[in-house]
Design a protein. Structure first.
Length: 297
């Protein structure tokens, strides 16, 4: 069976076609038009081109930076704002003459890593994307767990757990609340914290590099970051207790995270014990589009 995945992002739309074994047969991307009907046109064009080149019709899954409301059937919470308020799955189904599955891109990431990535063989997978923002998705037995409200995995907009006096009421989140996890552990939050301490850097990777060179400010900022990340993940472990946690996004490329985080997690996990593996993703920036292709299982 041919599986076609589409990753609908703010700057590009990418399509990939996989065979039954997960081998990539086709890949192409176009610039995102930033207008709804033109976006439908672009997706239809990419899917049609893939099928013509491969000589077969496939299932279609689409990952979006938002969710389809289980109540209204319309896209909501997408930072690609021109798709909000539209029945994307239904409109694409009419264009492509088949049912289309649409899921949050972080859930697609979790599915990708659960099916044949870094979490292959694990039943309950928590997939975290840490970049400019901070998102997450849940895959159970290789399937998306979106939840009854369609927001399963949205840990980034819970408050940072066990805040210190200095942390409390110290950040503003775009969602309208204060002290969200995202404002502390995203790459943006990591850089903000380092700059507030007197440092100057443009990315978490840069701060980590300075830490390796012995920079005291960078070392202190990284220690604060690991502690905040551990607190945030401990809440997930206390509630969901996943079999594995997979990190994605730019911050996931900081290698120092992986030996240090397991040392801090037990401090915050109930019972003082934690052996939950926290691993780097296998497919990098391709994981989301591959997960979209696997939405049909």
């Amino acid at each position: 069976m041919l599986r076609i995945g589409v990753d609908l992002g703010g700057s590009k739309i990418e399509v990939v076609a996989l065979n039954e074994q997960g081998k990539e047969l086709f890949r192409k991307r176009l610039q995102t038009p930033r207008e709804y009907n033109a976006t439908l046109d672009a997706i239809e064009l990419l899917v049609t081109e893939a099928e013509l080149q491969l000589g077969q019709k496939g299932t279609v899954g689409v990952g979006i930076p938002g969710v389809v409301s289980p109540f209204s059937g319309l896209v909501k919470n997408a930072n690609s704002t021109w798709i909000n308020g539209h029945p994307l799955d239904i409109d694409l189904a009419m264009r492509l003459d088949r049912k289309v599955k649409v899921a949050n891109d972080a859930n697609c990431f979790a599915v990708s890593e659960a099916v044949d990535g870094a979490a292959a063989g694990k039943a309950v997978v928590f997939g975290v994307i840490i970049g400019t923002g901070c998102g997450a998705g849940i895959a159970i037995n290789g399937k998306v767990h979106g939840g009854s409200n369609g927001i399963g995995g949205e840990w980034g907009h819970n408050p940072l757990p066990w805040m210190t006096a200095e942390e409390f009421n110290s950040t503003n989140c775009f969602c309208g609340n204060k002290d969200c996890i995202e404002t502390f552990i995203s790459g943006t939050g990591f850089v903000r914290d380092y700059k507030l301490a007197g440092g100057d850097a443009n990315s978490g990777i840069e701060i980590a590099s300075r830490m390796e060179e012995g920079d005291a400010l960078a070392t202190a900022a990284f220690e604060r970051y690991i502690d905040r990340l551990a607190r945030s993940l401990a809440h997930i472990i206390n509630v969901l207790d996943p079999d594995i946690i997979v990190l994605g996004g730019g911050v996931s490329n900081i290698e120092a995270i992986y030996p240090l985080l397991p040392e801090v997690l037990p401090k915050y996990v109930l019972g003082g014990e934690c052996r939950t593996p926290v691993v780097q993703n296998m497919y990098g920036s391709s994981s989301g589009v591959r997960g979209a292709a696997w939405l049909w299982g």
